[in-house]
Ligand binder design. Structure first.
Ligand SMILES: *Cc1c(COP(=O)(O)O)cnc(C)c1O
Length: 241
């Protein structure tokens, strides 16, 4: 594992995020980088944390559990208390029976796509005495095999989720279809932003509704140009590390 390579990658990604934000006439701080750690060695993830990376993402509950346990052990040995400031993001498909163990570990859930799932989160959050931040995953490309609520059903789901007392609806998330060129994701991201703006204009969500999670290693600059406030990046950070 090369810490120098990791530091270079992370710096390059942060610079590219800042440049894309400036191109879009936005402040670089308006985009949050979630470092996606799925499948990466613990040592590399720990090194990213030591380089100041606080927001981290995993796509499976089991992996997140293992990771949190391993890293808090590691970080307690290295630097007392640092792990307290970590913010884990659940970015993958979530099953209702996994909600309960997930909640205490996680800062935000990006992948809520049904009312039933939102209700499970609401119940578990209520028992834990907390208000859980979440995003609704939207299937902007309308590929039938993909998770996410259909574009036409977003407003209705927003309205329903907004009534749940123990969740805080923060915005929308999408994954563009796999493509070779970043530009191919633009239509999908622009679509998500339109849906987001429609929801805001219709007064369907509260003031906390302000996030758009869109853009991965391949297409995060396009995501930012189209209004992303959160990008989820793994490969560009860990490649060759
Ligand atoms: C894996 C994953 C990412 C990161 O993908 P990279 O191409 O490695 O940057 C982002 N979002 C989700 C939902 C993922 O599963």
């Amino acid at each position: 594992m090369s810490k120098t390579k990791l530091a270079d990658n992370l710096k390059r990604v942060r610079d590219r995020i800042a440049a894309a934000a400036v191109r879009a006439k936005r402040k670089p701080e308006s985009v949050r980088l979630v470092c996606v750690t799925k499948g990466r060695p613990d040592a590399a993830v720990a090194a990213a944390i030591e380089l100041g990376q606080i927001d981290l993402g995993e796509s499976r509950v089991q992996d997140l559990q293992t990771r949190v346990a391993k890293l808090s052990e590691y970080l307690t040995r290295r630097t007392s208390g640092l792990q307290l400031s970590l913010q884990w993001h659940m970015i993958g498909h979530l099953q209702r029976n996994k909600v309960k163990p997930l909640l205490p570990m996680v800062h935000m859930i990006h992948s809520v796509d049904t009312l039933r799932l939102a209700e499970s989160v609401d119940q578990a959050a209520g028992k834990g005495g907390r208000k859980m931040p979440l995003l609704l995953e939207v299937n902007c490309s309308e590929e039938p095999q993909k998770f996410g609520v259909a574009v036409g059903a977003v407003e209705c789901l927003v309205e329903q989720v907004a009534t749940l007392p123990n969740v805080e609806l923060r915005g929308l998330m999408t994954m563009a279809p796999h493509a070779d060129r970043a530009e191919d994701s633009r239509t999908c991201f622009a679509r998500l932003r339109e849906v987001f703006e429609d929801v805001v204009r219709a007064g369907r969500a509260g003031p906390g509704f302000r996030d758009l999670s869109m853009g991965m290693s391949q297409d995060f600059e396009v995501g930012i140009e189209e209004g992303a406030t959160i990008v989820r990046i793994g490969t560009a950070i860990f490649e060759g590390v």
